[in-house]
Design a protein around this ligand. Structure first.
Ligand SMILES: [Zn+2]
Length: 249
């Protein structure tokens, strides 16, 4: 059977969809790419070749345009330890973009594909909407001070990377009731909690929520994100199996 569009089931021809907006490459000086499935670093951009031109150039590029606007205005600016920052966004566009990046990365690695594919229609919808059974938390990441043991000097390491993948919380396994995914862009970390069905046991979720960094993304599209929840070396070292894009800097 011929491969069809991952979003709308259209027949070929299919095009290459970027995991991260092409605009991020130009803006962020991101260079090294990594595929967990292939277990190697690529010289080129991370793409997946199963999206029809209509989806790629239409609704998906609309979401990327909003993400690039947020990149220019917010994600390109690093957050220092102790600082809180204002954040304004279009809730529906940002939510759907986070789901799109997660779905794209999931297809690349083969993890959580079935659950994320439920959001195909929501991702394509050209009207404001708030996807059901998914909550998003946002947190910031501070630079880490690393000591060079040879000469005793300290330097600041900024979280200069874009990553997406499963968010694993050690000691709390709720994978039977929900999937936790993370999308990280420089100092900004979004945690998606996607429930497998309605009517999940709230006690187990409450336990998980205590370990999710940050606060819920405000529905109104305007919020202040408090001081960073975790340092760069923890955020960058936390998950090893996610498709990532790191800067050449
Ligand atoms: Zn399509």
């Amino acid at each position: 059977m011929a491969k069809t569009c991952a979003y709308c089931d259209a027949l070929p021809p299919l095009t290459r969809e970027h995991i991260w907006p092409n605009g991020f490459l130009k803006r962020g000086n991101f260079g090294v790419k990594f595929s967990a499935k292939a277990n190697k670093t690529f010289a080129g951009d991370l793409t997946i070749s199963d999206v029809c031109p209509k989806c790629n150039n239409g609704p998906l590029s609309t979401l990327d345009a909003h993400a690039c606007e947020l990149f220019d205005r917010r994600f390109s600016k690093f957050v220092e330890a102790g600082a809180s920052v204002p954040f304004t966004y279009d809730y529906g566009l940002l939510m759907r973009w986070l789901l799109k990046v997660s779905f794209n990365a999931a297809r690349l690695t083969g993890q959580d594909v079935a659950l994320l594919s439920r959001y195909r229609e929501t991702i394509l919808a050209d009207h404001p909407c708030s996807p059901a059974f998914v909550a998003v938390y946002v947190a910031t990441i501070s630079p880490s001070h690393m000591i060079d043991s040879e000469n005793g000097t300290s330097r600041k390491i900024y979280p200069h990377a874009a990553r997406c993948g499963p968010l694993e919380i050690p000691a709390i396994d709720v994978s039977d009731i929900l999937v936790t995914r993370c999308v990280m862009i420089n100092s900004f970390m979004f945690s998606l909690l996607i429930t497998r069905s309605s009517g999940i046991p709230t006690g187990r979720v409450a336990e998980l929520l205590r370990h999710i960094p940050g606060v819920p993304l405000a529905l109104g599209g305007r919020m202040r994100i408090g001081p960073p929840s975790l340092p760069a070396h923890v955020a960058l070292g936390g998950v090893t199996a996610w498709p990532k894009m790191e800067s050449r800097r």
